[in-house]
Design a protein around this ligand. Structure first.
Ligand code: ATP
Ligand code: MG
Length: 565
């Protein structure tokens, strides 16, 4: 499957409904044949893997159809937004492989939005309302009872213009007045019952300080932001479907023509098993220190995934497979892990690292002997070449690769048995040293000097091949073993406190030994530890004391489950 940085539908076996709409619009020459999309995050938290679905769609459509996609910060809520989030969002979009055509801020349109609101008032389509929050609820009605008209609805245009200006000038307290659209208090869609379009908030905005004390509501602001930028297709998640009539109303009321204005199209959000994605919950995990930060490698944030070693191409691949539909569902996190393995298998280099070291002394090898052996960097990619590995008389092997009393079918090392050392020699265990508790402390072994490179000297076969590092040159490394953050498929479902469902074994720190070349791998790079898993170099380490994060193990649960499907 080609990775063309689009969500595409290569595997979905057909064009998804959004691409059908886009192609039909292009064919009809709507919007002057232009395709302009936007990704509109609120800068009130870090982006997570759910956002990656929207990013792949917004930027993907633009790149597939010769259009452009803006990054627009939807910063219309002064209280929760922060510049810290803004920079992380830009970094994350770029990490995913996309470059915004422009970076915009909803708050930069506040003057224009204010003028539009005055225009609505002049057209008799908006009015100032003084109902308290409680009264507002009573007036609203419900699904069977139509709403009642607020007394403010009878105000004249002049009165409304005057009051709205005074709201802007700070003459009223928070909640004292609102500006409402004048639509239909009997509408079956409650969103259309004269919705609030401006509210008073005496709060500092992170970009505009105290310039404003009235702030536009999402349903009013969003269509205007789209229209100001010339957006043609405005994609959002399904929960906004019932807001679409209001989106259209705002634009139509202000004179935007049907075939030359943005259209909102909804798709289903991404949900992942074993994962929480609400910003509120993610914030709680960070604030209450259940994780080390937003970029903790167990977090579903883009920055967490990057630190864990998840390549952007794997996220794009997963989104492509999930596809774009109108049906809500939960994606198995094993699919993400599968995509990570597929990407890393083809792209990353293999190295040897021993996570639980058992010392081995080779008794028939010269005490100070050193010998360079050739090792293949990536069997999936010949251009990655070969490197030299140093062999010597003292090695470390994985403790789990030795058994004192092996069961039948155990092909690794045991007293008297023979295995192949990867890229090295055939190795036979002649003695296991044991401490008072019966724990194996070290092994004494011999090699067959004729088997250099791991090839059989006489047709004799060995079934097991194990990895190793040379004790004289290996580098001690901190290895962080990560697993899923939650131990249940749907954390928080059924009203259970999601914090009680954290996986107690989601993080374990161990010390291992890695071949020297691994200490020189740049921070952020993903590698395969042969036979163990995929790991990424963590910024906490340095070449003298490297730190590795386990991205994912080698076994693919998704492949197994989905075989033959
Ligand atoms: P929250 O409700 O947790 O604050 P949000 O969805 O409101 O998150 P925004 O910053 O407003 O977060 O999201 C920006 C864009 O990303 C929106 O268009 C939103 O629909 C989309 N998005 C957010 N979460 C998902 C998801 N899980 N799957 C697909 N798209 C998503
Ligand atoms: Mg939002």
């Amino acid at each position: 499957m080609a990775d063309d940085k689009t969500t595409g539908n290569v595997s979905a076996g057909g064009v998804d409904f959004i691409r059908e709409i886009v192609m039909a619009d292009l064919a009809a020459g709507n919007n002057g044949g232009k395709i302009i999309t936007r990704f509109p995050p609120e800068p009130n938290g870090y982006l997570h893997i759910g956002h990656s679905k929207a990013i792949c769609l917004d930027f993907g459509i633009a790149s597939e159809f010769g259009g452009k996609c803006n990054l627009r910060f939807d910063d219309t809520n002064p209280e929760k937004e922060d510049v810290e989030y803004e920079q992380s969002i830009i970094n994350d979009v770029r990490y995913l492989g996309f470059e915004p055509a422009g970076i915009y801020y909803a708050s930069d349109y506040f003057d224009r939005m204010y003028e539009c609101a005055k225009e609505l008032i002049r057209r008799g389509l908006a009015y100032v309302c003084d109902l308290s929050a409680d009264e507002w609820k009573q007036y609203l009605g419900d699904l069977v009872v139509p709403g009642r008209e607020s007394p403010g609805r009878k105000r004249t245009v002049e009165e409304n213009l005057d009051l709205f200006e005074r709201m802007k000038n700070g003459e009223f307290a928070d909640g004292e007045k609102v500006l409402r659209a004048r639509i239909d208090m009997a509408s079956p869609n409650i969103n259309m019952r004269d919705p609030v379009i401006y509210r008073i908030r005496h709060a500092s905005h992170f970009r505009h300080g105290d310039k404003w004390c009235i702030y536009p509501m999402y349903d009013y602001a969003h269509p205007l932001e789209d229209a100001f930028e010339g957006v043609t297709h405005s994609f959002c998640t399904l929960e906004f479907e019932i807001h679409r009539p209001l989106y259209d109303w705002v634009l139509e009321s202000l004179g935007y023509k049907e075939d030359a204005r943005p259209h909102q199209i909804e798709f289903s959000r991404l949900n992942l098993s074993y994962t929480v994605m609400s910003k509120r919950k993610l914030l709680q995990l960070v604030k209450e220190k259940y994780v080390s930060g937003w970029d903790d490698p167990r977090m579903p944030t883009i920055c967490g995934m990057r630190r864990r070693g998840v390549p952007a191409a794997a996220l794009r691949r997963m989104n492509r497979i999930v596809g774009i539909t109108k049906y809500d569902g939960v994606t198995d996190v094993a699919l993400l892990e599968h995509c990570v393995r597929e990407e890393l298998n083809s792209s990353c280099r293999r190295y040897m690292a021993v996570l639980d070291p058992l010392p081995v002394r080779i008794v028939n090898y010269p005490d100070n002997g050193v010998e360079p052996l050739d090792a293949v960097n990536n069997p999936e990619d010949e251009s990655a070449g070969v490197r030299k590995l140093e062999f010597g008389p003292e090695l470390y092997i994985e403790r789990s690769d030795f058994m004192m009393e092996p069961p039948k079918g155990y092909f690794r090392l045991s007293p008297g048995s023979e295995v192949r050392l990867r890229y090295g020699y055939y190795l036979t265990c002649v003695k296991a040293n044991v401490d008072a508790d019966g724990k194996v402390t070290s092994l004494e072994c011999t090699i067959d000097p004729e088997s250099r490179g791991g090839t059989s000297p006489d047709g004799r076969k060995v079934k097991g091949t194990i990895h190793w590092v040379n004790a004289a040159t290996a580098v001690k490394a901190e290895i962080r073993l990560y697993d899923r953050l939650f131990s249940v498929e749907a954390p928080g479902a059924g009203g259970v406190d999601f914090l009680t469902q954290l996986n107690p074994d989601s993080f374990k720190k161990i010390t291992g030994y890695v071949e020297p070349a691994l200490a020189e791998v740049p921070t952020g790079t993903a590698v395969q530890f042969e036979r163990t898993g995929y790991f990424a170099v963590d910024p906490d380490g340095c070449s003298a004391a490297p730190v590795f994060n386990r991205t994912v193990g080698l076994k693919d649960a998704w492949n197994k489950q989905n075989k033959g499907k």
